[in-house]
Design a protein around this ligand. Structure first.
Ligand SMILES: [Zn+2]
Ligand SMILES: [Zn+2]
Ligand SMILES: [Zn+2]
Length: 255
């Protein structure tokens, strides 16, 4: 099965307007170093409709039938109205995040499902095993600045774990670690150089998480412009002997 990381960046993206840091300066010269806001896709499923969704969709050019949302921060959900090209969409997330999704649809279209469309909002309870199409999933809570959760998904004999945005507290959450353990693919956030408690992982914590989960392959994403340059992060992974890579936009992974 193929998973594509559509956007590898965090809230401001890289380059961030008016920023002249090393990553932003380089990304203005080399498009391969640009990072749009976080989103990923597999098997007609989108995780997080980022504000860059139109850019993602026109390049991906594939059908979306369901959308999983980790949390209601703008960099993970504000592209939602771009889904108007799809008539039938099932949204899945925790209640608080679904309220953000619904209000975005109301703002854009005047209703939660625009004229002639069939958009359904399905609330996920944390830790509950839920069947969604061909997949089974568990939405698990993480510590972040708003209500947020990751996903563990079982599909076609494979197990995929996605942290979404999470504070370093995830390293002390045995239940979440156990749930993610032994995944075929872990998509872990690695926002900053240094962790911010209650908010985001740093490089060290993201690597520690990868080791604790012990996934076959780990892809690190949601990389801030202020993090280390791409090749430095890649070197850190090699030194830590982590089987995986630092995502770029449109990184394809064979699971
Ligand atoms: Zn984010
Ligand atoms: Zn910058
Ligand atoms: Zn966030």
């Amino acid at each position: 099965m193929k998973v594509v990381i559509l956007g590898s960046g965090s809230y401001s993206g890289t380059p961030k307007p008016l920023c002249n840091c090393e990553n932003c300066s380089r990304a203005r010269i080399n498009p391969a170093l640009r990072r749009t806001r976080f989103s990923l896709y597999f098997e007609k499923t989108l995780v997080d409709p980022s504000p860059d969704l139109h850019y993602h969709l026109e390049r991906l050019n594939r059908k979306i039938e369901r959308v999983l949302i980790t949390h209601g921060h703008f960099d993970h959900v504000f592209g939602l109205p771009e889904l108007q090209v799809f008539r039938k969409v099932e949204f899945h997330s925790n209640g608080e995040t679904l309220e953000v999704a619904k209000s975005l649809s109301r703002l854009a279209f005047g209703s939660e499902s625009l004229e002639g469309h069939e958009w359904n909002y399905n609330e996920l309870k944390f830790w509950e095993n839920t069947k969604v199409g061909r997949m089974r999933l568990v939405h698990f809570p993480v510590v972040h600045t708003v209500k947020a959760g990751g996903f563990v998904i079982w599909i076609g004999g494979k197990k995929i774990a996605i942290t979404g945005d999470t504070g370093p507290e995830i390293l002390g959450d045995e239940r979440a670690l156990k749930l993610m353990e032994g995944a075929d693919l872990l998509v872990a956030e690695m926002t900053h150089r240094k962790a911010i408690p209650g908010s985001h992982l740093g490089v060290e914590e993201a690597i520690e998480l990868a080791k604790r989960v012990g996934a076959d392959y780990t892809v690190f994403a949601h990389i801030s412009h202020s993090n280390y340059p791409h090749e430095v992060l890649e070197k850190r992974l090699r030194e830590a002997k982590v089987e995986g890579e630092v995502a770029r936009d449109f990184t394809w992974v064979e699971v």
